[in-house]
Design a protein around this ligand. Structure first.
Ligand SMILES: Cc1cc2nc3c(=O)[nH]c(=O)nc-3n(C[C@H](O)[C@H](O)[C@H](O)COP(=O)(O)OP(=O)(O)OC[C@H]3O[C@@H](n4cnc5c(N)ncnc54)[C@H](O)[C@@H]3O)c2cc1C
Length: 415
């Protein structure tokens, strides 16, 4: 196993400690939550406003705080700002382990997800680091990333949210939509136009205090994930101090891509972990469920579904590991600013391969379970919905193909 890229001693140490954390810290919190009529961590009840039940949210927050205290929350963040400094190949193993063993439980909150620290934030000022990044990494607060708008998703450079200077401050106006963690975030990474017409230099990223005057949380946007986490945000003349600009003015597009590319690459370990979990569950079901007096696992039709699941998980996992180790080897790595020209193709390969393979895996997992796989709230049903969702956020599968083709054409035939 040590011959696999990224399977280092510190990954082994991390996964050992994570397994113990699941048993010692998460299991009692999960048992406590199960006794209340609030749903489960990934199938939460929603409150009257359509938002994740506060008790489920608070349980996730408690896991985040404890995980941060245990040194498990930020392995992906650089050592320079207090994280674990793991490479992307190492993170593939970490994420695979976390998703395989936490399943759809509370333990998933123990590894920073979209509400946590991310590569774009490593470019923030010392003042912003102290004000926002340190508490974020300690699990004391949560963040959201606000790029998309009601009329603008894929076509990012057409966004309408504007930032104008007022002395050394900035004033932000606009509406963001489809934002994960819109309802709860303490700080929001907002991208806005600072120089209209300047192409990829037209945007900047701001850290916006969710309690600032003029900042309001809008309506919930219910999606097929049904987790009560997606919503709108309104900025009405919100004042942001200069030290809360991330990176330099004009870096917003590159920083937004750093965040988005991080989410794209996280598909590798997430789909491998959940894929292995679904495969293990399907195998178990096929060996216990009988038809004609024998386990359905003895039927070739079912065996082929299991084999196809295995093939998809294995191929996507292998591709993710290779692409991420190639990204690690590039000058600037996977998230450099400016990004290495070979990075977008490799990143998009990870996303499109995983999105599409995991959709087939989740579909077959439902099929092997028969009607049981369609039961509302079952892991198969939930992960099937989630798999369908994956092909759209963080850039659609079509956009990944655009990036792959651009990379191929740029590279030419000389290699
Ligand atoms: C559950 C969920 C959570 C999300 N969380 C966040 C978040 O936290 N922060 C955030 O900023 N955004 C978030 N989003 C928004 C998400 O990133 C966008 O939905 C996504 O980028 C697609 O944009 P769109 O929905 O506007 O689709 P559109 O851009 O309208 O695309 C529609 C179709 O046209 C195709 N298309 C469009 N342009 C092109 C092109 N140039 N070439 C080829 N095909 C094209 C697309 O591939 C797609 O098939 C979230 C969305 C969802 C559903």
């Amino acid at each position: 196993m040590t011959s696999q890229p990224g399977r280092t001693d510190r990954v082994t140490d991390y996964t050992r400690r994570f397994a113990a954390f699941l048993d010692d810290e998460v299991a009692p919190l999960e048992a406590d939550l199960a006794e209340r009529d609030v749903g489960t961590p990934w199938n939460p009840r929603l409150d009257e406003a359509g938002r994740m039940h506060p008790a489920v949210w608070e349980a996730r927050r408690e896991v985040q705080r404890r995980s941060a205290a245990a040194g498990l929350y930020n392995p992906h963040v650089s050592v320079a700002v207090g994280g674990g400094g793991f490479s992307r190949a190492e993170m593939q193993h970490v994420e695979e382990f976390v998703y395989r063993h936490a399943g759809l439980g509370l333990g998933l909150a123990a590894l920073a997800w979209t509400e946590g620290a991310n590569p774009a934030l490593e470019h923030c000022s010392d003042a912003a680091r102290e004000r926002w990044l340190a508490p974020l990494m300690a699990g004391e607060i949560t963040a959201a990333f606000a790029n998309t708008e009601i009329s603008v998703g894929t076509d990012v450079l057409a966004m309408e949210t504007r930032a104008r200077r007022d002395g050394s401050d900035w004033i932000l106006d606009g509406t963001k939509a489809w934002i994960t963690n819109a309802h709860f975030a303490d700080v929001v990474q907002v991208t806005a136009v600072t120089e209209p017409g300047a192409g990829t230099r037209s945007l900047s990223m701001f850290l916006v205090d969710a309690s600032a005057p003029g900042f309001t949380r809008g309506r919930d946007i219910p999606t097929m994930l049904d987790d009560g986490l997606t919503g709108e945000l309104h900025l009405d003349a919100v004042r942001v101090p200069a030290e809360h600009v991330v990176g330099e003015v004009g870096d917003g597009f590159g920083l937004a891509m750093a965040w988005i590319n991080w989410r794209r690459l996280c598909r590798g370990g997430m789909c491998a972990g959940w894929g292995e979990w679904l495969l293990a569950r399907a195998l178990d079901r096929a060996q216990r469920r009988t038809s004609g007096g024998a386990p359905i696992a003895e039927l070739q039709a079912v065996q082929h579904m299991l084999a196809d699941m295995d093939a998809d998980v294995y191929a996507a996992r292998a591709a993710s590991l290779l692409a991420q180790s190639e990204l690690d080897a590039l000058p600037g790595g996977a998230f450099g600013l400016p990004l290495h020209a070979d990075a977008p193709r490799l990143t998009s390969l990870v996303k499109v391969i995983n999105d599409e393979a995991f959709f087939r895996v989740a579909d077959r997992a439902v099929q092997v379970h028969g009607g049981t796989g369609l039961r509302l709230g079952s892991p198969e049903e939930k992960l099937f919905r989630l798999a369908r969702n994956l092909k759209i956020p963080a850039g659609t599968v079509e956009i990944q193909r655009n990036a792959i083709a651009r990379g191929l054409i740029r590279r030419g035939t000389g290699r």
